[in-house]
Ligand binder design. Structure first.
Ligand code: ZN
Length: 558
């Protein structure tokens, strides 16, 4: 692709062009914006180059010589990259008259490329730093045959249809406003209603599972974050402090220190443990603008956070409880497949090797008792303790990191929290940080794509839409809507003076689960036929029967 771009646009300068899991990209510095027509021309040129079938030849030359070569070619980005390489020699690959700095390896000749496609163009800052120049990145993919390429392109089409940013706008769920700021989510009424429904479910289940719910502030003294160690370990994700009456305050990146504060507010005995505090805690973390992505990567988000304070001998049971809870919650939202990871002790860590081993074994035992197969991520634990990560797989089999369960030996030490043991001695509890959904924003983004916006009835912002064929049916529709609402079913009527086909289309676009169409027959017989958003008709029912059906569906959360 880079060769083709250089042949078509000799002024383009080459930056970097790696292979990725999904294909490849290359960043170009060029004074024009690549258009879809350009991509088409580049593809044609690529096919030409493939037909030439020139070999890829590897050359090892002294670094200084490579600097000279690329400088002469005006490839300043390559020169910059070469200055960072400390090896004496570097490798170049040549194909026809095109040469690039590359570690390799490569296919033997261009003719081995069988099926490829350029997918998109996006702006990308040189080295991902927004202070640098914005380059143009062309994404593409390649397969060994056309069939696999086609399969992948179909998959991408499906991904596009489910894009939560597009659906978020169409279904009036959320927005991100230029004038509000990047990575900050505004929940519109439909999205907010779904969020409230999720929150209510979350709240009820947490009370049921023995958690106590907390609310904590969005800012706190900077000193708190010094004490928690975040200023040392997490500074690059934190915003600059603000001054209030001569004291520095910081917007919170984490909820943990607040929960510790509540734990410390009274003397604790071993009999009280475990103590479980949960909060839908909104935190703010700095992410570069280049990596922000819809609801999936944001700057302000609400974690479904909880902290369990327990004795070391309780870790296994507590982790088992959390695993049960997690799988139950994920299943409720339609996720039945997961990839599970256990991350073990990294090179730098706090606590003793023995306590790490005991905690890691407790996590392992819990996973095995649950019958969950898992992979070990050696050395990938956080410095403060081992952890379990669960990635849910959506309907397109894409993995998403949501749930995490982390053992912490560090914070109890830093904040000097204790409990009175059975022999009246001061003991140090263990802290477990856990999130089931991760963040509400991200989880919502995943849900939108998983369901393609067609939320199950219990989550759907509008559950029933009543549509009238003619004006004379309006009173009947109004009464029906009121009756549904009095049964706590989210219902609305469309009494506009429009054709019924138009009304059905509108409600279908909004993915309303049930449409009730009222005409002469419905009014005279008192029965209704219900149209599902899939187009299938069910009924006729009496209104009471319809109410029973829909309430059952809401209760079962299916
Ligand atoms: Zn925490």
């Amino acid at each position: 692709m880079a060769h083709a771009v250089k042949e078509l646009f000799p002024d383009a300068r080459l930056a970097i062009g790696p292979a990725t899991d999904e294909g490849f990209y290359y960043d170009f510095d060029i004074d024009r914006t690549f258009t879809p027509e350009d991509l088409y021309l580049i593809e044609k040129k690529m096919s030409e180059i493939i037909n030439r079938n020139n070999p890829f030849v590897c050359k090892v030359i002294p670094r200084e010589e490579a600097v000279k070569l690329f400088r002469e070619k005006g490839e300043t980005y390559k020169v910059e990259l070469l200055h960072e390489i400390t090896d004496e020699n570097v490798t170049l690959y040549q194909e026809g008259d095109f040469v690039d700095l590359c570690r390799g390896p490569h296919i033997e000749s261009a003719g081995q490329v069988k099926a490829f496609k350029l997918l998109s163009v996006a702006g990308a800052y040189w080295r991902g730093n927004e202070k640098n120049k914005m380059l143009q990145r062309i994404y593409g993919t390649a397969f060994t045959d056309e069939k696999d390429l086609k399969k992948y392109l179909d998959f991408l089409e499906e991904v596009k249809k489910r894009d939560h940013r597009r659906l978020g706008k169409e279904l009036e769920l959320f927005s991100i406003g230029e004038e509000i700021g990047a990575g900050l989510i505004i929940w519109h009424p439909n999205g907010a209603l779904i969020r409230r429904t999720i929150e209510e479910f979350w709240l009820n289940e947490h009370y049921r599972a023995g958690y106590k719910i907390l609310y904590t502030p969005h800012i706190a003294k900077l000193d708190l974050w010094k004490k928690s160690g975040h200023l040392d370990f997490y500074r690059e994700n934190m915003y600059s402090p603000m001054e209030i009456e001569g004291v520095d305050y910081e917007i919170k990146p984490m909820n943990c220190p607040f929960h510790i504060h509540v734990y410390k507010s009274s003397l604790r005995s071993y009999k009280e443990l475990p103590i479980k505090y949960a909060e839908l805690g909104t935190v703010y973390r700095y992410e570069r603008s280049g990596v922000l992505h819809g609801l999936l990567r944001v700057r302000g988000f609400t974690q479904d956070d909880a902290h369990i304070f327990c004795r070391e001998d309780q870790i296994e049971d507590e982790v088992l409880n959390v695993l049960d809870f997690t799988l139950y919650v994920l299943k409720t939202f339609g996720f039945k497949q997961y990839d599970t990871y256990l991350s073990t002790r990294p090179e730098h860590y706090v606590g003793t090797p023995e306590s790490w081993e005991r905690a890691t074994n407790a996590l392992k035992n819990a996973l095995e008792l649950k019958g969950l197969s898992y992979d070990i991520d050696p050395g990938e634990g956080v410095f403060y303790g081992p952890k379990i990560d669960i990635k849910v797989k959506d309907v397109l089999n894409r993995p998403w990191q949501c749930s995490t369960i982390q053992v912490d030996f560090n914070n109890p030490e830093r904040f000097d929290i204790t409990y009175r043991g059975s022999e009246d001695k001061e003991q140090r509890p263990i802290m477990i940080h856990r999130a089931l959904m991760g963040s509400l924003e991200r989880f919502f983004g995943i849900l939108i794509e998983h369901y393609a916006g067609a939320f199950p009835v219990w989550l759907a912002p509008l559950q029933v839409k009543v549509l009238t064929i003619a004006k004379r049916h309006n009173d009947y529709a109004r009464n029906l809507t009121e009756k549904l609402k009095s049964e706590e079913i989210r219902a609305e009527s469309d009494l506009e003076n429009e054709k019924i086909g138009y009304k059905i289309r509108n409600a279908t676009v909004m993915k309303v689960p049930y449409l009730v169409i009222i005409g002469d027959r419905e009014v005279s017989e008192g029965n209704i036929t219900v149209r599902k958003r899939t187009g299938e008709n069910i009924g006729p029912f009496t209104i009471d029967k319809f109410i029973r059906i829909i309430k059952k569906e809401i209760d079962s959360k299916q």
